[in-house]
Design a protein around this ligand. Structure first.
Ligand SMILES: Cc1ncc(COP(=O)(O)O)c(C=O)c1O
Length: 469
């Protein structure tokens, strides 16, 4: 029996599932056993439309043969080369390809294995840069409320999602946060970029946060061009440009965390291109390898890299940082094959073309029960529900899955971010299914808070498994 024929559940006891309510999940597991194109196959053999490109990470669609064969061939040629003090040609080729894809000037590439590592790497480079250029007192880091920069200590420190921080002690010191730009009262149901309030909000960075700290002590500001994980927060017009101006004026490095917005998600290569801004560093991961091999990267402005080269003692390791798996051969092979697909299929332009279609489809949900706001940009939409202890979005997610659609829920929000290979009829299906799920959940009243009402099939599998092991 091939894995894709499998209907028996595996033993669920040993795997601690990340960012998941494990007891609940193991009582009603949602397992995929295969994927192709824009669809998953669930354990019970159903085709489930992928409304989220995995975890925002499969822009070119699933099971791309070009990537699979590049990775397989690489595994048989050079499986691993030590990442420190030696390397392999594909690492340089992957860096060259990525440098060519980056906004102008961001052409020095440090490879990591994830978005979290990319964020922490960028923060470390910022601190080390100021030290190597003779400004060691520039050592404060500024993030943003509701920002998500992964789960490592640097990332949760500058990140602004309380739930991801509060269990883990004090994190980094010398960190502060600017306000997030979501203003539902003024901007509910805005299509695309909200027009008002951006400059004033950005000015708060200079007026309040800097006044509090003294700008000459701030090393870097890190922001996602569009805040994804905390619920699709689209920045208002002019806001990011103003942040760029303020950072430049005060010698503060601006880091764009483009782990979600990179690789065509907004209809451009990066969010930096969409908003026409060049940050000093740009972090990415996810779509870099179409999600198939863990890999992240930090693209750094050339003069930052040069400062390390010029100001470090001869023979010294200029940046004492790196990972055993930085630029492993299969990740490089996957990244190059992904770049080839983007170049051949012009996926960014495809996303841009589809974005107005997705916008109309998403906003057609306006007026449905529980729907409080709808936001969109590029091939992303967020639907925010009236807060009911976060349960409505979760229930809509479960019901959608039952109806053959995979979406992402986070707090009171459902996020939609399909592969860039999505077809119009599939966009229709995403939002028609969501509408059905929302109506069904609303019709259940308070009962919608009870997760055991959903996914009966999965629940009977899990019970069966408990009886058989
Ligand atoms: C903006 C941003 N930064 C960092 C990360 C963390 O990436 P990873 O899960 O690969 O560590 C994510 C993940 O969603 C993200 O959206």
């Amino acid at each position: 029996m091939s894995k894709s024929d499998q209907t028996e559940l595996p033993n669920l006891s040993h795997y601690w599932v990340p960012f998941t309510a494990n007891r609940q999940f193991k009582a009603m597991p949602r397992l995929f056993k295969a994927a192709k194109g824009n669809y998953y196959t669930s354990m019970d053999g159903r085709q489930v439309l992928d409304g989220t490109a995995g975890l925002w990470c499969v822009p070119a669609g699933h099971a791309r043969e070009e990537i699979a064969s590049a990775v397989a061939a690489q595994l048989r040629t050079l499986d691993y080369a030590p990442a420190f003090q030696s390397s392999h040609p594909l690492a340089f080729e992957a860096a060259t390809r990525l440098a060519g894809y980056m906004p102008t000037g961001l052409d020095r590439i440090f490879f990591t294995n994830s978005g979290s590592e990319s964020a922490d790497t960028a923060l470390k480079i910022a601190l080390a840069y100021h030290r190597v250029t003779g400004n060691p007192l520039r050592n404060k880091l500024i993030g943003r409320e509701r920002g998500y920069h992964g789960v490592n200590f640097g990332g949760i420190s500058v990140g602004g999602i309380a739930g991801n921080r509060k269990a883990f002690g004090n994190a980094l010191s010398g960190v502060d946060h600017i306000r997030h730009p979501l203003d539902i009262e003024k901007n509910a149901f805005t299509k695309g970029v909200p027009q008002d309030g951006g400059i004033a909000l950005a000015n708060e960075f200079e007026q309040r946060v800097m006044t509090l700290h003294d700008p000459s002590t701030i090393a870097a500001l890190i922001v996602e061009p569009m805040q994804g994980s905390a619920g699709v927060i689209v920045p208002p017009a002019g806001y990011l440009k103003r942040l760029r101006e303020i950072c430049t004026k005060h010698g503060i490095l601006l880091i764009f965390d483009e782990v979600i917005t990179g690789f065509g998600r907004l209809g451009t290569k990066f969010g930096a291109d969409y908003f026409d801004i060049i940050p000093d560093m740009l972090t990415c991961a996810k779509g870099l390898t179409n999600g198939v091999v863990p890999m992240g990267a930090v693209a750094v402005k050339r003069d930052i890299y040069d400062a390390f080269m010029q100001n470090s003692a001869a023979g010294a390791i200029e940046l004492p940082h790196g990972y055993t798996y930085s630029a492993i051969p299969i990740a490089c092979a996957a990244a190059i094959a992904t770049q080839d697909i983007f170049a051949a299929e012009k996926l960014e332009a495809r996303a841009a073309d589809l974005s107005t279609y997705l916008e109309s489809a998403a906003h057609s949900l306006k007026g449905l029960p529980m729907v409080k706001d709808i936001r969109n940009i590029g091939l992303v939409a967020g639907i925010e529900f009236e807060a009911k202890a976060g349960a409505s979005a979760f229930a809509v997610y479960l019901k959608s899955y039952e109806l053959g659609l995979h979406v992402r829920y986070t707090g009171d929000i459902i996020a939609i971010s399909p592969p860039l290979t999505i077809e119009k009829h599939e966009i229709d299906r995403i939002f028609n299914t969501l509408a059905d799920a929302i109506k069904w959940v609303a019709s259940q009243g308070e009962a919608d808070l009870d997760a055991s009402r959903y996914l009966k099939n999965e629940q009977s599998w899990a019970m069966h498994q408990q009886h058989t092991i």
